[in-house]
Design a protein. Structure first.
Length: 146
């Protein structure tokens, strides 16, 4: 076999360039930022919440894990494929919607063993991040459907 028969590429370069990402980087990175903020807020208050309602504190930790893992995969774009991207956007949107509904319910009608009456600013900002993530999910899923 001669040197001419061997395909030579630069170091660490693929033979075929990857296809462009279906979801623009701005949507993916803003989604990651929203998910990281919401996960951070929930992890920050999970211990105090756990003392009042253990099920709620545990759900904060579980939700934060799902958000961080899902947003990381969704941000990876084409590395994981369209099916994985769709699934992670949907899973994270479900977690965001559940957190949003649970927060509003806890402040209005109350949840079992948990009836705070305050509306902390950090959690109101998290609500904005949750709604933003839901809007980004719609935009991402439209692009992934093509």
């Amino acid at each position: 076999m001669s040197r001419q028969d061997v395909l030579v590429t630069g170091p660490m370069q693929p033979l075929v360039p990857p296809p462009p990402a279906a979801v623009p980087g701005s949507i993916r990175w803003l989604g990651l930022l929203c998910a990281a903020y919401v996960a951070g807020v929930h992890l920050g208050i999970c211990e105090d919440t756990y003392t009042h309602a253990a099920y709620l504190g545990a759900s904060f930790v579980a939700g934060a894990l799902v958000l961080v893992i899902g947003a990381s995969i969704a941000t990876g774009g084409r590395r994981f494929g369209r099916r994985a991207a769709r699934l992670t956007w949907i899973c994270d949107a479900i977690v965001m919607a559940a957190a949003l509904v649970a927060f509003v319910l806890s402040r209005t009608s109350g949840l079992p063993s948990y009836h705070p009456g305050d509306w902390p600013a950090i959690q109101l900002i998290a609500m904005v991040a949750e709604v933003t993530y839901l809007a980004l999910t719609v935009a991402a899923l439209r692009r992934l459907a093509d």
